[in-house]
Ligand binder design. Structure first.
Ligand code: GLU
Length: 270
């Protein structure tokens, strides 16, 4: 186990996924301190020679804040309009903080049809590779403003695993308001314990995953398990941990036992 954790230190290409609950306060307003810290840590890792790709939610959440709406909109056109505003604002915030730390960012917005079409998939891979080779940090979200039922991922856990697969990442870190996979629902069972290592996703494990996420995000543990399956199949190690303090990214890379590690076959051999 320790070996696998210590092996994470060798990860060069790392996808970091942050959810809306990590980027905003319970009030629904943007958490600038956290985003600033996230940008500083990612910039530092990039300076060390790591290649980071950030998958971010928050287009709708930030749009709701920017437009001073009382709640998330319900209809698809309204959600798409709010996302159009929020995505723009979100990138503005990221660009500002990353610039402070000397880094340029590039926006990539994806829909399912793009990654399912061989040509377009290859084009996206080329864009990622070019950005990475030029030390530009790709920031990815779903293209919510054009996503309708047939072309949407619906949540960014799966999207982050697909991105990790597209760029052959070594590690995917999912930061969320849940600090790992528990053996039973911690909201109902105070004795629930975090499962530190998963080497195979079994039905029993899926039973531990329970349902819904928060009112501000869309994923829950089930979508994270689905992402883990995809990641493990693609030889990508994945860690789920709390996004409260972005310093946790450094601890994870340094091999500390934090959250749940889903070890890929490659990971087990480290
Ligand atoms: N793409 C959505 C957004 O930016 C988030 C999806 C998710 O919460 O996973 O608001």
């Amino acid at each position: 186990m320790n070996n696998i954790r210590e092996g994470l230190n060798n990860s060069k290409r790392i996808v970091i996924k942050v959810g809306t609950s990590t980027l905003t306060y319970d009030t629904g307003k943007v958490n600038f301190t956290r985003i600033d810290k996230l940008a500083r840590i990612i910039s530092d890792l990039q300076n060390q020679g790591k290649q980071i790709v950030l998958v971010t939610s928050g287009a709708i959440g930030v749009g709701v804040d920017k437009l001073k709406l009382r709640e998330r909109p319900q209809t698809i056109p309204e959600k798409q309009a709010v996302a159009a505003v929020g995505q723009c604002e979100l990138m503005h915030i990221y660009s500002k903080f990353f610039s402070e730390y000397g880094h340029a960012v590039g926006q990539i917005l994806l829909t399912r049809d793009v990654v399912e079409d061989e040509n377009r998939r290859q084009n996206v891979i080329n864009t990622f590779e070019t950005l990475i080779s030029q030390d530009i940090i790709p920031i990815v979200n779903e293209n919510d403003s054009v996503s309708v039922e047939e072309i949407k991922f619906g949540e960014n856990d799966t999207l982050s695993a697909i991105v990790a697969q597209l760029i052959n990442a070594d590690l995917l870190v999912i930061l969320s308001d849940i600090d790992g996979l528990y053996d039973s629902d911690p909201r109902n069972n105070p004795e629930a314990k975090i499962i530190p290592l998963v080497e195979e996703i079994t039905e029993e494990l899926e039973g531990c995953a329970g349902g819904a996420g928060t009112s501000r995000g869309t994923g829950g543990m089930i979508t994270k398990l689905y992402a883990a399956k995809l990641a493990m199949e693609s030889n990508v190690n994945m860690v789920i941990a709390s996004g409260k303090n972005p310093d946790i990214i450094i601890d994870i890379i340094n091999g500390k036992q934090i959250g749940t590690l889903f070890a890929s076959k490659k990971g087990v051999r480290v």
